[in-house]
Design a protein around this ligand. Structure first.
Ligand code: DGL
Length: 261
């Protein structure tokens, strides 16, 4: 069984990529909706949440766990691996490396939560993979929560997104990294703003391929999906059609349910 988790809906973008790659795998998705957003919390808080969620996924029988959250990966994946050495763990990091190699202008940007934007892990990733390009880190407070409302193309949000993106485009940025899994669901809106001036870089498919590499026997099951949430499981359920993921719901044995963590 493969467990995938995030603070809320964002990791569904990664879950969908995994479900496409591994149609036979049994998947569990856990949204820590009682504690979202993670992006404005401190590292200790995020670490304690992530370890609790990990325990719940182990209780469910997961042997592979995908941390489908950049914020949680930056703050807590090392502690997670130390605490659960028996698990295969896949984290997610902003696609700085592909963006740097694809950039023709030599200028890229990373959109991320406040926590990821200030993280040492992102700074290190940039030092390692983007030494030859100029990188702008743009914290986007409130964007993950916007996705949770499912009002993705609200005019007020479009105006706010434009304010973040226009200076980046004016500076010649041609690759914009979606450094938070929630932002995948904002791609259509962001794409309208950036037009042909820049490409959006999303690593959900790359994470799914890494999951395939580590899955081993966990790739084989009955193709089931269990949805769990620490609050409002009905909203997680309702989000599937709203996010264009109705097809994932066909794998479910029962409706999303509440888990205490
Ligand atoms: N989806 C998460 C990420 O990739 C976190 C969003 C949040 O809870 O702030 O960073």
């Amino acid at each position: 069984m493969i467990g995938v988790f995030d603070s809320g809906l964002g990791g569904l973008s990664v879950l969908a990529a995994i479900a496409r790659e591994l149609p036979q795998a049994d998947l569990v998705y856990l949204a820590d909706t009682a504690h979202l957003p993670y992006g404005d919390k401190d590292d200790d808080y995020i670490r304690s949440r992530v370890l609790r969620i990990g325990s719940r996924l182990v209780d469910q029988g997961c042997g592979v766990i995908v941390v489908a959250c950049n914020t949680a990966t930056a703050a807590a994946v090392a502690a997670f691996r130390d605490t659960f050495p028996e698990l295969a763990v896949v984290g997610i990091e902003p696609g700085v490396k592909p963006a740097a190699s694809l950039s023709r202008s030599g200028r890229i940007a990373v959109l991320a939560t406040v926590s990821t934007a200030r993280s040492e892990r992102l700074a290190r990733l940039i030092r390692q993979h983007a030494g030859s390009v100029e990188v702008r880190i743009e914290a986007c407070p409130g964007w993950a929560t916007r996705v949770e409302t499912l009002r993705l193309d609200d005019p007020a949000f479009v105006a706010e997104a434009r304010q973040h993106l226009t200076p980046l485009l004016d500076a010649g940025v041609d690759q914009i990294v979606l450094g938070c899994t929630h932002y995948s669901f904002l791609s259509p809106v962001l794409q309208t703003i950036v037009g042909k001036q820049a490409e959006l870089v999303d690593v959900a498919d790359a994470v799914a391929r890494q999951c395939v590499r580590l899955a081993g026997a966990h790739a084989h099951g009955k193709g089931r999906l269990t949805l769990l949430a620490t609050a409002h499981p009905e909203r997680l359920q309702a989000a599937l059609p709203a996010l264009g993921l109705n097809w994932l719901g066909h794998r479910q044995g029962s409706a999303a349910h509440l888990v205490i963590a």
